[in-house]
Design a protein around this ligand. Structure first.
Ligand code: PLP
Length: 379
């Protein structure tokens, strides 16, 4: 892996990519060229295989960041008269609610605290209270905090009631186990620049083929119509409209490395080791995680800000950056936090260096009271 002087991104997309992935972008591809279209087709097949969907699902790629694909999935799968339940425990769940509002799809919010999982039971009760609900949109790993929601249980409750299920699996796809053979999902949304470790610029939606076949005419938007993108691609092997060619080539290369590493289980093991090393090191410095370990995904960790009056995020960020690492600000409204991503082409050795950099930054900034205010008051 070549670093040069570039800092390591501890942000959950864009993230640090391997040299091979970067080098895969050194060619220009024609969108009509059969070699490029064969690359897209092989990529779509491999993406479906990540979630064991070969017999039932297809993958439809879409230009844009991940949010574009979430919006496209909701707009394509939910008919205009549909009604969407949104279990809400963080920033990306709130984004789903905003999308529904923009698209004119009725949404029912099921709010819960940001440190509490959405459970199958809660979803089942909400569905039984409001039988007019047609679909559930569930964020799998809520990247706002790093909480993992129990997708399998939620999918089972949806299926038992004949409700459609759209999953924002942006920050879990490729790392956390999702098996559509026993977890019924209509649409599973992810993107190039997350756990597959490609560069940002495209999303994709793994859709149940039977569901997708019934989606003609649902979408409010031409550019965001996944049904149209899929039927066009089937007819011509091409993307509708200019494809992000370099992003596709980088993702193809990144997925080759993913497969060579040992696929999804190996990726999860690497992220888990990085996450464990990070948390152990940070706790030894006095930091406290926002979430209890049992509901923490090995994707991104939210830490409470130190109680010390010398702490300012911008200053702390700059000091850590000078040592080669890019932290991520917190996304919580009620408590001051910052986040550290565990995903990208890094490992637990790098995480040891991250902890050292944080320790030096604390020392330089004169931050002695590292524990958050509440904990230090109790101590
Ligand atoms: C990254 C992410 C998205 C997409 O965000 P973009 O900024 O559009 O790439 C959506 N949902 C979750 C849970 C994410 O982590």
């Amino acid at each position: 892996m070549i670093r040069g002087n570039d800092p390591i991104l501890l942000t959950p997309g864009p993230l640090t990519t391997s040299l091979a992935t970067k080098q895969a972008m050194l060619r220009d591809w024609g969108s009509w060229d059969s070699a490029f279209n064969a690359m897209t087709a092989s990529l779509c097949k491999d993406l479906v295989d990540v979630v064991h969907g070969a017999a039932t699902h297809v993958s439809v790629p879409l230009q844009g960041s991940g949010t574009f694909s979430v919006e496209a999935a909701i707009g394509t799968v939910v008919p205009r008269g549909g009604r969407v339940l949104v279990p809400q425990n963080g920033a990306y769940c709130q984004r789903v609610l905003r999308i529904c509002k923009y698209l004119g799809r009725a949404a029912v919010e099921l709010p819960m605290p940001e440190d509490m999982q959405a459970t199958g039971k809660m979803v089942a009760e909400a569905l039984d209270r409001d039988p007019a609900i047609t679909h559930v949109t569930q964020v799998h790993c809520e990247t706002g905090t790093g909480i993992l929601n129990p997708l399998h249980d939620i999918a089972a409750e949806c299926a038992a009631r004949g409700k459609g299920l759209i999953v924002d699996a942006m920050s879990s796809f490729g790392a956390i186990d999702i098996d559509v053979r026993n977890t019924p999902i209509d649409a599973l949304v992810a993107a190039s620049g997350k756990c597959l470790e490609g560069v940002p610029g495209m999303g994709f939606v793994v859709l149940n083929r039977n569901t997708l076949e019934k989606c003609a005419g649902n979408s409010h938007s031409l550019a965001m119509d996944l049904y149209d993108q899929w039927t066009y691609m089937q007819k011509t092997t091409q993307w509708r409209y200019t494809p992000p060619t370099h992003v596709v080539a980088a993702l193809r290369c990144a997925v080759d490395q993913f497969i060579a590493e040992g696929g999804r289980p190996a990726r999860q093991r690497r992220y888990q080791a990085s996450c464990d090393t990070l948390i152990a090191g940070m706790e030894a410095l006095g930091f406290k995680t926002f979430l209890p370990r049992a509901i923490q995904a090995p994707i991104i960790v939210t830490f409470h800000a130190p109680a010390d009056p010398a702490y300012r995020f911008a200053d702390f960020y700059q000091r850590v950056r000078e040592r080669g690492y890019i932290l991520y600000p917190g996304k919580l409204t009620k408590v001051e936090t910052f986040r550290v991503g565990c995903i990208g082409a890094i490992d637990s050795n790098e995480m040891r260096n991250v902890v050292s950099a944080v320790a030096e930054a604390l020392k330089d900034a004169g931050i002695k009271q590292v524990a958050p205010a509440r904990q230090s008051a109790a101590a």
